[in-house]
Design a protein around this ligand. Sequence first.
Ligand code: IVH
Length: 764
Amino acid sequence: MSIPDSEFSPSADDAEVAPEALDRIAAARELARLAALTARADAAYYTRDDPEMSDADYDALKARNLAIEQRFPELRRADSPSGRVGAAPASGFGEVRHALPMLSLANAFTETDIRDFDASIRRALGWAADAPLGLLAEPKIDGLSLSLRYEGGRLVRAATRGDGATGEDVTANARTIAEIPQVLTGAPDLLEVRGEVYMRHDDFAELNARAEAAGSHVFANPRNAAAGSLRQLDPAVTATRPLRFFTWGWGATSEPLSATQSGALERLGGLGFPVNPHITRCKGPDDILAVWHRLGTIRARLGYDIDGVVCKVDEIALQDRLGLRATTPRWAVALKFAAETAWTRLLAIDIQVGRTGALSPVARLAPVTVGGVVVSNATLHNADYIAGRSAATGEPVRGGRDIRVGDLVRVHRAGDVIPKIDDVDLAQRPAGAVPFVFPDHCPECGAEAIREPGDATWRCTNGLACPAQQIERLKHFVSRAAFDIEGLGPRQIAALYDDPDLPIRTPADIFRLRERDSRNLGKLKNRYGYGEASAAKLFDAIDARRVIGLERLIFALGIRHIGEVAARDLARHFGTWARLIAAVDRAHPAAERQLAADAAERDERASAAAEGRRARLAPVRDAVWAAAPPPDAAARAAWDEILAVEGFGAVMALSLVITLSQPEERAIVDDLVACLDEITPPPARASASAIKGLTLVFTGTLEHMKRDAARARAEELGAHVADSVSRRTDLVIAGPGAGSKAAAAARLGVRVIDEGEWLRLIAT
Ligand code: IVH
């Protein structure tokens, strides 16, 4: 049975409820939503060759769909993503109905999965655990599948997989691929050969370089490039694309090719089809795992993308006995590589200068696809990390192996975070590779760089005189959690920094932009993508920020160690800018003393270690504080007050006071503050909280508070806010339109309150 969409409008709310907490109606609604979402993702991936969702997100949607279908099998829809492979053919190509469906593969990710696969086959065949079972390990080529139909030895039709039953007719395009034979000698009268069209890395790089030079579409990765190239409406365009083909199977044939998968592939190889050289006959799961590990390590050097190893039962009579599921064979499984790592060459190590002067090493890499994204830059953390030791403990990392330019390195990418280098293959180190020498001067301004004791990072000592630091600080100043100025992002900041007429060098320059522009006869329009209207809009957006929250202002200053949380804590503690800056000014002499005391302690520790005695820190520190003239009581009181700010320690307090006491720095800040109309105090914090420690879920529309604000408030009051209702939920706050989450709460016996009650609760 399938439920028509019109009865149930998809609700984003259901997306947040765990499958086991959905009731029948919510489950039907959620299945409709998942079918629509995956169909859209399929269309983007298969039809437009332009994925809009990561593979991991897509897999998660399908897994969720399956979990719900398993609970409510009767709700499974005719258009369920569980029964779908790929997408229906796009318009523009003729349709081809496959004589035998083109199947997909079930996925495996771990050693256990592959052992389970072996065991399931033995069970299905009624075989003993130790009976010899011939398996074949084939690299899983990351391209797009193609079915080639030969009649009387001639290529008559080429079709993409499409939805598995019907594909697109790409015969004319396939004929342009040199590796696909047009004519066969000695082949069965009818033969459908199936395999993967793909693009090699070097060809992909060259194609993209050409496209970039011509200003045309640049592909995200070799797979998309292969798909986009094969699915060109004009075969003459396909002919210019460097497409290749590996065969991995067959469809309809007028006579059997062989008794085994491996024999059939050999036969196809003999007929002129490219067969991957890494295909290996295996005697059991151990052999398959060995191939998986080996291919995993040589993957980056293959020159084309593979995303796993396909494990197949070799004997075709056994394949036939095992048969098929809806869209996948029982006799094969794809053992995938962990999607987020790949090996590639380290071409260079560049040093980037951040807003606090930190010199960050960035790996420039030979581009490599990691989890569907081409990566050419990754972080190398710091000098110690490159040298093979931990900056914090000095202990070896990666077994003490250092990283050198030219090395084969492993890139690790998890979700959207910046990719990092996490391993190096010393066996692949080129002769003559030299240890990396971390610079002791700023690569941007040439000033001396230093590494302070206890700091993992080398820093440029030039402060605001270093242009790189200034630009990064301005980018931070306009960022989301700071002044959040619409229409003024990192690109515009970088461009305007050096503008001959309207340079932006300090935050105050931003606030004077409108006035400077009008003096310069409106020069901003027609620059950096601004037109007349967008320039006017930018000036308005800047003016709107002349009223700013104290916590945003503090955060925007980009003071080292003062992040969003510390800025909020300072704002809460001092309430106004005037009180904060007065405390900073008063505390300055004491902070200087603290710096000196820290330095003296460090010296004492070093001498004690050298002399083999115990360090006497307290007398050393006290002597510094007592040295004449000692800081006055007001300075000590102000310093103590800053130290007493919630969550503050000496490092944060020192950074705040010393930074704001430096004359050039302070002049810039005062100049900015003079441009502002109002600095608003932060919202007060309720002292004792009725919801502290509780787990809350919001659902439905809140009328007095935006969801984000309610969430932030709840967290401020010590509650944990979850997205879905489970047995661990303490309280659900349900506004109008609350749907399945409220129902789930009722079923699980979780207390549900309305917005009025919520407001009363947080007011106490
Ligand atoms: S066998 C019934 N073997 O992976 C057999 N597929 O995720 C179905 N692929 O649609 C496919 N390398 O496009 C097989 N050595 C290989 C493969 C391979 C790549 C692709 C193929 C398939 C997809 C399934």
